[in-house]
Design a protein around this ligand. Structure first.
Ligand SMILES: C[S@@+](CC[C@H](N)C(=O)[O-])C[C@H]1O[C@@H](n2cnc3c(N)ncnc32)[C@H](O)[C@@H]1O
Length: 252
């Protein structure tokens, strides 16, 4: 569109708000794209191989984690095939299982459940540990009928005694959860991937993350939130490639 036609149209009734919204949207899009490129570059430059990290810590446990993830993958395929909806999801399940077994946490909080891949591996790992409890936060997929019945469909009934699921969105759920706990050993973030969404969640839980707690964050290449978080806290962190994306692990 030429400058001339913009100026000509700008004074038509109702056109100015449309134009400013368009310009604003474009500015936001360019900014988001720029941030994504910078985040991807940062992740690429900081990435380390997950196998190196896990085998130094405990090679047998990493083997167990890979085996369990493979079993879950096959079982999930069968269970999800019978649902006629696309739920998506599936975080870095091997790593989440590995850390849950390794660190033997008493309290885990996760955001983003969907079908429940990470929920299932956490609960399985807690069950094998013989201790620990998981709080999960999600909100229903509004595009589905009876959306709540799909959240966590992969979770075995036998593991649910260690689990509480809240479905009113992170802002409300996390406030609610933190009223009932005094710390979080592992915080797994896999819900609203925007910078703002991550900041809102971490703001609510940050006082519950103590020295020794860990944060696992999915899709950290979407924006620079994870980088800013670890730089601000000056904590030890790892960036792992996962399915053409990146997962961040921070030791508080
Ligand atoms: C990528 S999926 C989670 C995948 C899951 N961790 C797994 O391994 O199967 C993201 C989920 O986050 C949820 N979500 C998105 N924004 C949210 C918010 N603000 N509060 C709570 N849940 C949210 C979506 O409903 C969706 O179920």
């Amino acid at each position: 569109m030429s400058v001339e036609s913009i100026l000509k149209n700008a004074f038509r009734p109702g056109y100015f708000p449309v134009l400013t919204t368009k310009i604003w949207t474009r500015i936001v899009e360019v900014r988001l794209h720029h941030d994504r490129v910078r985040a991807k570059t940062w992740c690429h430059e900081n990435a380390v191989d997950v196998t190196t990290f896990t085998t130094i810590k405990d090679p047998n446990l990493w083997k167990e984690s890979l085996e369990y993830a493979s079993v879950l993958g096959s079982e999930a395929e069968i269970k999800l095939r019978h649902l006629d909806v696309e739920l998506g999801g599936g975080g870095f399940v091997e790593l989440v299982y590995f850390l849950t077994r390794l660190l033997r946490p008493t309290i885990i909080v996760e955001t983003g459940v969907a079908a429940g891949f990470t929920t299932q591996v956490i609960l399985e790992a807690l069950s094998r540990n013989g201790s620990g409890y998981l709080y999960s936060s999600d909100f229903p997929y509004f595009r589905l009928r009876d959306p709540e019945k799909y959240i966590g469909v992969l979770v075995d009934d036998s593991l649910k005694s260690r689990w509480e699921l809240l479905t009113r969105g992170d802002r409300e759920n996390l406030k609610n959860i933190t009223e009932h706990i005094d710390h979080i050993d592992i915080f797994h973030y896999d819900s609203d991937k925007s910078y703002r969404g991550r900041a809102i969640a971490l703001d609510i839980v940050k006082n519950y993350l103590k020295p020794g707690s860990v944060l696992i964050m999915d899709d950290i290449d979407d924006n620079l939130y994870f980088r800013d978080f670890v730089y601000h806290l000056k904590c030890k962190y790892y960036v792992f490639p996962c399915k053409q994306k990146y997962v961040g692990l921070a030791f508080i």
